[in-house]
Ligand binder design. Structure first.
Ligand code: UD1
Length: 432
């Protein structure tokens, strides 16, 4: 298994290109199941989760091809993938595949809408507390589906005439629930209204693709989305939006290590809550025509309390990274996690650097320390792992991060992006 070695203490200076968003790429790819025509996605990040989803979709009958490198193209720039689900050959998504990536459970919606049935294993993915799918199933039921659980599989069937539009009122904001509701409603008979919909930019990106495919969607990005079902969707071409979580992560890395970075392609409007908090913590954040510029020189890090919330609030996917930053603040901060239970696995690993963190229910109380010391640590889940990278960048001496396959699920070319900005980061392959 690969490891990442970081020698801390170097500021970050330079340009970090922001990749296509993993959390947009996955639902966009899954939407290709809704049509027998070709969906072309540009700027897809080169990530383990994307490759795994390609495998899962090809198992359902999706043909795919990936464009080769073009003249003058940066090898780290996103890829263009053409996906065609001419015929769905299998409506079962097996345990071996779905258990490795939670979002692959979302194939349930397009399979059900297009083929009238789906058999999908209950999901796996990051071990961050219980992550039920009851609301996703409720949404499918509101569109007329019958749902059974059989030997660890969800067995969903549409009524004989196909799914019909309905009212879906989510008692809790759910990104996955909103994605599946949007996809299924696009091919249902009649109108669907989704209440308390998630407003994450990735929802808007999926809605944009669906509209290009001929769907009638209104209100994406607001809490109420209306979808008028159509009989058929067609092919389309779409560019994946930039990854706001990757951008936020490097913004925190720059605030932690000091220096001045341009997050090329990042959009402030997707990240405002986190940028405001970073500015309070003492970073300088500036939107430029090319992206976001983040810097901190010399002055200390101020403690700031934060609570995660659905968009436009502070994202849970940046909670671990922000906690890493707060470990070096000049004082005490409280970080409250309101979206997922048990999303504090990074706490014990951060403690290995000498961080002082106490857990109190759904909050972590972080008492900043003047210096962190490099240490061997272990990545536990995707976002937690990158918080260890951030801590290591500012720690004195060497850190070795084990189990970096978690990082490879969600951060494209992490070590190259950081070393180009002056960090001392090396990947040690298992063979070395
Ligand atoms: C997506 C993101 C993930 C992010 C999360 C919250 C992707 C691939 N993943 O995950 O990175 O951390 O949004 O922004 O886009 N819930 C239920 N029942 C359900 C579904 C969800 O109770 O049927 C709960 C969850 O346990 C959680 C909350 O709702 O407490 C939000 O989860 P949700 O927004 O659905 O997360 P994901 O879509 O899985």
């Amino acid at each position: 298994m690969d490891r990442i070695r970081i020698v801390g203490g170097k500021p970050l200076n330079g340009v970090i290109p922001i990749s296509g968003a993993k959390n947009a790429a996955l639902p966009l790819m899954i939407a290709s199941l809704l049509t027998d025509r070709t969906v072309t996605l540009e700027n897809l990040p080169r990530l383990a989760d994307v490759s795994l989803l390609v495998r899962i979709l090809s198992n359902h009958g999706v043909d795919y091809s990936i464009d080769g490198r073009r003249q003058g193209e940066d090898p780290d720039s996103g890829q263009t993938v053409h996906m065609t689900a001419r015929e769905i050959v299998d409506t079962t998504a097996p345990y071996e595949l779905v258990s490795r990536m939670r979002a692959s459970f979302w194939v349930l919606a397009p399979l059900l809408a297009r083929c009238g049935e789906a058999r999908v294993s209950l999901p796996g993915g990051c071990a961050i507390g219980t992550r039920p799918v009851d609301l996703l199933l409720m949404a499918m039921e509101r569109l007329g589906a019958s749902i059974d659980i059989d030997a660890g599989y969800v067995v969903a069937k549409a009524p004989s005439g196909g799914l019909r539009g309905g009212e879906i009122d989510f008692p809790k904001v759910t990104v996955g629930g909103t994605h599946v509701a949007l996809m299924a409603a696009s091919l249902a008979h009649g109108t669907t209204v989704i209440h308390n919909a998630a407003r994450e930019p990735e929802i808007g990106d999926l809605a944009d693709l669906l509209v290009k495919m001929g769907a009638k969607v209104q209100g994406a990005g607001s809490p109420v989305i209306e979808v008028e079902g159509v009989a058929r969707l067609v092919g389309a071409k779409h560019r994946v939006l930039p990854d706001r979580i990757e951008a936020g992560t490097y913004a925190m890395a720059a605030a932690m290590a000091g220096g001045d970075v341009l997050l090329q392609g990042a959009r402030a409007e997707h990240l405002q809550a986190a940028l405001d908090i970073l500015a309070e913590a003492g970073a300088r954040v500036e939107a430029t025509p090319d992206g976001l510029r983040v810097s901190r020189n010399g002055n200390g890090i101020k403690p700031v309390d934060v609570a995660t919330a659905p968009f436009p609030g502070f994202p849970t996917d940046l909670q671990a990274q922000f906690m890493a930053l707060m470990t070096r603040a000049d004082g005490v901060s409280r970080i409250t996690e309101t979206i997922f239970e048990n999303r504090f696995m990074h706490v014990q690993e951060l403690a290995r650097f000498g961080a002082r963190i106490k857990l109190e229910g759904d909050s972590a109380i972080v008492e900043g320390v003047p210096t962190l010391k490099g240490a061997p640590v272990m990545a536990t889940d995707l976002r937690a792992s990158v918080s260890l990278v951030i801590a290591a960048l500012a720690a004195e001496g060497e850190s070795m991060i084990q189990r970096v396959y978690h990082l490879d699920r969600g951060f494209e070319a992490l070590e190259r992006k950081l070393s180009r900005c002056g960090a001392d980061v090396t990947r040690i392959s298992s063979g070395d």
